[in-house]
Write a protein that binds this ligand. Structure first.
Ligand code: NAD
Length: 472
């Protein structure tokens, strides 16, 4: 995991510089795009349940204001530090640009291991953190909008909303101050699984490109592909689940406490239940335990999906990785040294800042829903169903034939919120995949897909700055 000598922000800067060579922007513009615009480091006290007082270290970074609000998750982890939050904020800027979400990049982090705090203590920490953000105008539907990340979820987002609303009475758009909320609190259906679904849509699109698959010696499509996932949290669990549903074989799963494999494929929900019941992923019936959890990364497979934390594949273990495709579901799981190894070996790395953009894409849909104060599909669902029923009735009358009940249900169905969110996400990920691949094909000197993605992002952010008139 993250060690003291490794700079995650430095790694992002190195990837940026590698890509900047393939753009037309002058040095000053590139510098402006690269820097973090605002870094807020804070300390506040927490009175623990046993009466002792502890000082909490926390951050919010706004990497870019070329578009507002800034957007990015809040991480609760013992390893949080300023360098990490800056790197994650920068990735958010590029991520939003690639998937055409009109936000600047931001990120927050609180340096705690959430497992070591009671729910009451976590609530106090989250609410105080929100109050500190409010004091400095670092949160709000038009300024900076946090979301879940590692160690946080719907519960924390509800606390943030409640704190913000309480301190902004009557603000009609208050629900747009944070995304990833429970559906009952202004959340959008489909947000919970959005990042994992985006990972699936992105990798499926890559696997559907015959020329790319041919180069890797793989067949087209995701069906039958052997997949290994590291981290069975929000992103990893849903990624694994969508691959399994599409007919891929989940041959390995790795968690904090260990890892398991089975050549016949693992049932993701059954493993999830087993972990919930026994407290460990290990000893799952019919599966084998790996000696170390990191061994799972090095097992034979077609697609490896690291979905835990950054810096898990570096120059040391990269040469032992056997996957043909690495889908970066986590942020920054590969170091630049690992990138070099894979680039030389012809392994395709599908980069984080586009592949895990499903979360921010659906967060954007949630924010739009909050500003428009209406559930997606509410206005058109019934109208569409009535119209479809009428068209189908006419077709059946004219042909004298009836469609099956299953077909009838499918044709008549008007869109629910989740249908629209899924289709918006699918469209977004497919478009982004093609934009990046087209950039790569048009510039054969670009060494890898990550660099191509950065070029796309830098061009969009550069254009945005230029059109703002900051750089005449
Ligand atoms: P999460 O807290 O829901 O899950 C992370 C899981 O990884 C946990 O189950 C944890 O036990 C496991 N883990 C930790 N260390 C591990 C190790 N060494 N080996 C195996 N498993 C390990 O977090 P998440 O929201 O799923 O985030 C995971 C990654 O995805 C992070 O890099 C995050 O920045 C990124 N991401 C998350 C979102 C989102 O919407 N949640 C969006 C984009 C990117």
């Amino acid at each position: 995991m993250s060690n003291q000598h490794y700079s995650f922000f430095g790694a992002v800067e190195r990837s940026f510089d590698k890509a900047a060579k393939y753009t037309k922007w002058d040095k000053g513009v590139l510098e402006q795009i690269k820097e973090c615009n605002a870094v807020y480091q804070m300390r506040f006290p927490l009175k623990r349940d046993d009466g002792t007082v502890e000082v909490i270290e926390a951050y919010r970074v706004q990497h870019s204001h070329h578009k507002t609000p800034c957007k990015g998750g809040i991480r609760f982890a013992a390893e949080v530090n300023q360098d990490e939050v800056m790197a994650l904020a920068a990735l958010m800027t590029y991520k939003c640009a690639i998937v055409n979400v009109p936000f600047g990049g931001g990120k927050g982090g609180i340096k705690i291991n959430p497992k070591k705090y009671s729910p009451y203590e976590l609530e106090k920490i989250t609410r105080r953190y929100t109050a500190e953000l409010i004091k400095k105008n670092f949160i709000g539907p038009g300024t900076d909008v946090p979301a879940p990340d590692y160690g946080t979820g719907e519960r924390e987002m509800a606390w943030i909303l409640d704190t913000y609303s309480a301190m902004h009475p009557g603000e009609i758009d208050a629900a747009g101050c944070v995304t990833g909320k429970p559906v009952t609190q202004g959340g959008v259906r489909g947000r919970r699984e959005a990042t994992g679904l985006g990972v699936f849509f992105g990798l499926r699109e890559v696997c559907n490109m015959p020329d790319v698959m041919q180069k890797l010696g793989l067949t087209t499509g995701v069906e039958g592909k052997k997949v290994i996932v590291q981290g069975l949290g929000n992103v990893g669990y849903h990624s694994a689940k969508f691959f399994q549903d599409a007919g891929s074989k989940i041959v390995g799963l790795a968690e904090y406490e260990g890892a398991i494999w089975s050549n016949d494929g693992l049932d993701v929900d059954a493993v999830f239940e087993h972990r919930k019941k026994t407290g460990s992923i290990l000893n799952f019936p019919g599966a084998n335990n790996f000696e170390k959890n990191t061994d799972a990364l090095e097992m034979e497979c077609d697609i490896l999906i690291p979905a835990a934390l950054e810096n898990v594949i570096d120059g040391n273990n990269a040469p032992r990785i056997k996957a043909k495709i690495i889908g970066e579901a986590a942020n920054g799981p590969l170091t630049p040294e690992a990138d070099e190894v894979f680039s030389k070996k012809g392994i395709l790395v599908v980069p984080d800042m586009y592949l895990n953009a499903g979360g921010v894409t659906v967060s954007y849909f949630e924010w739009l829903k909050n500003l428009s104060h209406v559930r997606y599909g509410r206005l058109e669902k019934r109208f569409t169903e009535n119209l479809n029923a009428h068209i189908l009735g006419q077709i059946e009358e004219l042909t004298g034939k009836k469609v099956s009940d299953t077909e009838r249900e499918f044709i008549l169905h008007g869109p629910d919120e989740v249908d629209l969110v899924y289709s918006g996400l699918e469209e977004t990920m497919i478009t982004a995949t093609h934009e990046i691949m087209n950039m790569w094909k048009a510039n054969p000197d670009i060494p890898d897909m990550r660099t191509a993605a950065y070029v796309v992002a830098i061009n969009k952010v550069g254009t945005s700055y230029a059109e703002l008139g900051i750089f005449p």
